[in-house]
Write a protein that binds this ligand. Structure first.
Ligand SMILES: Cc1cc2nc3c(=O)[nH]c(=O)nc-3n(C[C@H](O)[C@H](O)[C@H](O)COP(=O)(O)OP(=O)(O)OC[C@H]3O[C@@H](n4cnc5c(N)ncnc54)[C@H](O)[C@@H]3O)c2cc1C
Length: 453
């Protein structure tokens, strides 16, 4: 069988960063679901053993709950439990990082420290790894696949991270950062914590070692790095401990919402952490104005590549169009800076159903843009789905303080999916998995099923 050796894979199409493409991709994958448990670790040339949905799921262009509910519409739980498990790994990682957000802060600080203190010889090795010229053929091909497509199969990510850490002996933080810059699905929780898992830091003492035999078998003989890998390395150790922190406060979304009059005119801020606010609990809320921005300062903070930025920009623009259609609103394009304007909200409309203005685009400075938008729109309150730990959450203290100074009330919400699952995510995956089936079946039957438009 021909095996993909370079970047010809059926990755999430960077030209299709929209919900319609996500739904289509999942419809195409559904008939293949029963084979997932058996075949998901094999790297077939077309990558069809896995869904390749991650870039869509990461920004919630399609939600985890939708993947689960649709799978359960077609199959019995036990026939697709492996797939449901994997979907929930993503939820688990996000919840875990909420309980241990210091991992993210320490990782970010360490990146800065490494920039300054790394010895020259290690810098050279790092450059070779980033350029894909290490001489380890499989690794070099995967570097090209990552940088040219923005996606890698899960098994490849595991081998890649393991070779980076244990064979090339490079700091795991720099590998995680390299992934985050290039992956279309780059996610602070799944990425940082998976790298730590491979290194043996998530489950202390248990690391993941890439083995030539396993690579050869699962790439169907495309690669055989016999004698090139360090297959006897010990797990990494770390001195820092990360005690459990309380979950950040957020209001639970449990049913249809209507703001009280004192909060009107009410605005909705949509972040690329959750791009389907029109489905579910927010869907009937009478917002006066909505904004959905990508922001250069946020993308700069982790060095996102042009491909990643363009994917997020496209997803934002698709979302604005959907939201304008859903709320019967008017779409307004912003390029770089929100201009100061006179107030737009009509006092007579306060508390009544308005056709909201939907602002979208790529802004230079996210907090500044939200402030200008909220002031222009004369908003009394802003609702937003609280971003999880990561670059968007890093901006929140500044936003909270700035809105407070202007007397604009900020209401931070959390999806019911996260509210139900995260409390089980503070420790290991096995603790999280206990009761997972009951939680998924309960959520499926509770009327929170996502309705595709
Ligand atoms: C070192 C390393 C780094 C990773 N970095 C990221 C990242 O930045 N963003 C990201 O979304 N995933 C990351 N993953 C997890 C996983 O590799 C990808 O989610 C998966 O490969 C996406 O392909 P797919 O959509 O075909 O997955 P499928 O196997 O079809 O699974 C369906 C969905 O379940 C979720 N999922 C599946 N496996 C995992 C997993 N192990 N962890 C978390 N979620 C999972 C994804 O949302 C995925 O789209 C990383 C894994 C490793 C080992």
């Amino acid at each position: 069988m021909q095996v993909l050796k370079s970047s010809q894979g059926m990755i999430p199409d960077p030209n299709l960063p929209n919900r319609a493409a996500a739904l289509r991709r999942y419809e195409e994958f559904l008939p293949l679901l029963p084979r997932y448990a058996r075949e998901r670790s094999i790297i077939f040339p077309d990558r069809l053993s896995v869904s390749r949905m991650s870039a869509y799921v990461r920004y919630r262009l399609i939600r985890e709950s939708e993947l689960v509910h649709k799978a359960l519409d077609h199959y019995a739980y036990d026939d697709v439990s492996k797939f449901l498990d994997e979907v929930c790994w993503r939820t688990y990682w996000k919840g875990y990082l909420e309980y241990h957000s210091a991992i993210w802060t320490v990782y970010r600080n360490r990146l800065r420290e490494l920039e300054e203190t790394m010895p020259e010889i290690q810098r050279e090795r790092l450059q070779q790894a980033r350029d894909g010229v290490t001489g380890i053929e499989c690794f070099d091909v995967w570097v090209r696949e990552l940088t040219e497509t923005g996606w890698l199969h899960n098994h490849v990510r595991m081998w890649f991270a393991s070779i980076w850490i244990f064979t090339l002996r490079l700091p795991w933080e720099l590998g995680a950062s390299f992934f985050l810059q290039h992956l279309l699905d780059g996610d602070p929780a799944s990425n940082t914590l998976s790298w730590r898992w491979v290194a043996g830091l998530h489950t202390p003492g248990k690391h993941y070692l890439a083995r030539a035999e396993n690579i050869s078998r699962c790439t169907l003989g495309a690669f055989n790095p016999q004698g090139e890998l360090n297959e006897r390395a010990a797990p990494l150790l770390e001195e820092t401990t990360f005690p459990e922190e309380p979950l950040p406060h957020a209001t639970t979304l449990t049913g249809s919402l209507f703001p009280c009059l004192s909060l009107c005119p009410a605005g909705l801020v949509v972040l690329p952490e959750d791009l389907t606010p029109e489905i579910g609990e927010f869907s009937e809320m009478p917002f006066s104005s909505i904004c959905v921005f990508n922001a250069s300062d946020v993308m700069d903070s982790f060095g996102a590549t042009r491909r990643v930025r363009s994917f997020v920009n496209g997803a934002v623009s698709d979302t604005a169009t959907r939201l304008a259609a859903h709320w019967g609103g008017q779409e307004l394009w912003v390029d770089g800076t929100v201009q100061n304007r006179h107030n737009r909200a009509q006092p007579a409309n306060v508390g009544c159903w308005e056709h909201p203005r939907v602002y979208s685009g790529n802004v230079h400075n996210w907090v500044d843009s939200i402030l200008r938008w909220a002031t222009n729109e004369n908003l009394n309150s802003i609702s937003l789905l609280q971003p999880p730990t990561g670059p968007w959450q890093d901006m929140m203290p500044e936003l909270r303080a700035a809105l407070k100074a202007r007397n604009i009330h900020l209401v931070e919400f959390r999806r019911r999916w996260d509210v139900v699952h995260w409390p089980h995510a503070s420790r290991g995956y096995f603790a999280f998995r206990k009761g997972l089936r009951d939680r998924l079946l309960k959520l499926s039957g509770e009327g929170f099923r996502a309705k595709a438009p």
